[in-house]
Design a protein around this ligand. Sequence first.
Ligand code: HEM
Length: 492
Amino acid sequence: MEYHEKFMKEYGSIFQVHGLLGEKQIFTSDCAAISTILNDSDTFRHTEEYDTIATLIFGPGIIGAQGRQHKRLRRMLNPIFSSHNIRELTGVFFSIAHKLRDCLEGELPPDAEREINILEWTSRAALDLIGIGGAGYRFGALDGSKNAYTTAAKGLLPTLTSLTPIVPLLPYLHHLGPSQLRRFLVRFVPWPAVQRFRRIIDVMDRTAWSVYRDKKRKVREKVAVGESEGGGRDVISLAIAANENADVDSRLTDEELAAQMGGLIFAGLDTTSGALCRTLQVLSTRPDLQRRLRAEIADAKQTRGVEHGHLDYETLHGLRCLGAVCQEVLRLYPPVTWFDRTSHVDISIPLASPLTTSTGKQATSVPVLKGTTVIMSVHGVNRDKALWGADAEEFNIDRWLLPERAERRGGVKVPSVWSSLLSFGAGPRACIGFRYALLELKVVLSVLIESFEFSPTGKTVEWSLSFTQSPHVKGEDAPGMPLLVRRRAVEG
Ligand code: HEM
């Protein structure tokens, strides 16, 4: 991250860098350039490496799909992620958050604080949240169940990271004969990381198919599904039902539907657990904010009441302080700090901030040659002082609460699907699960803040960047986020 920051400070909002193999790339945090790129998904596509890896891991799912296939998938899946459907998951999410609360209570002495690796618990909760809400599948991560899929999913990102040196070769290997031949040949590659990768893909693939077949049978036979499996309101069950009713031309194949499970879990797991973990880290240093959030939740419970033991969807989203905390954490610490696209034609892209060329001229656009990869910095846009003011680098929820601050942004339109932030991307490939993620964050945070007090341990925690940001204690290899946790007496 410091590397990106250093370059942006030195070279501004758009500059050229060299990739792993010396190829020219463009790095930018310019809103007009990013908006043009993200909104033209036919010209600017994911890099070939990204598509190959995504297709190898998830099959024909949304993550690796391109062009018409991607549009078909989004047309089918977009309505499933509407506010109306996500709202229906509120009760399921609260029951997982309550289980998380009970687990943490079980770890704590009655009236003393204890150091807890909060990342371990936010990861388990995120897995159960995406398992049940996304696929109607119980991983039992909060119950401590050791599940082959859980182990595989956890190993995926570290294994991919250890494969980085061969990633640029994957598109070539991918074109090497039919997939059965590639699968057969890969068994003989004497590199442990490749074998780990192969085993992970096998487990994920087997599980996705077995879950898919089970869900399809239940949807077809209209089998009543219990709350512990998402009550039939999970994304995969809704997608199967929508597909059954779709006209023949737009209907998805079994392969396409089964492939969604892995993609959703991958996209929704480390992003959500990282965001939860980061919010708790920030709040641990702000007891004033924890008190303010508790008062807000208590007040909402008193005035709006609780149904089935929890706040309803509208009330939860009406909690202004909680909303502002989520906005500010996702602005300052976006779990996905950058993403990239490759141009498939020679094209010129506009700039919001003119660039001074080496001859001293002002350029309001830059040429992007076919084959050039453009890296877009979420971190850079979200911390741009021209948009967010002089305190852009500071955590300050007032920028969301005070109307005079909320209307700023220097007249520049930020490419975004939520809150003028680039944190969930923008355009046709923006995060399909952003409403899902926000509900997860708000449900879990409201339960944890109401039940516990969090404070820092004094250990230095660093965040490192792989595909998403992940914390670890300075000097330790394993990811972790120690916080001091103490129980509170829950009112009401
Ligand atoms: C705080 C949590 C999350 C963050 C910050 C986040 C961020 C993002 C971003 C930045 C992208 C766009 C990447 C690009 O343009 O290359 C994206 C795509 C995506 N996200 Fe999320 N995400 C989160 C949670 C979720 C959840 C919970 C789900 C599923 C339930 C999900 C599903 C997806 C999918 C399927 C895509 C690919 C969309 C496509 O290519 O059409 N995300 N996410």
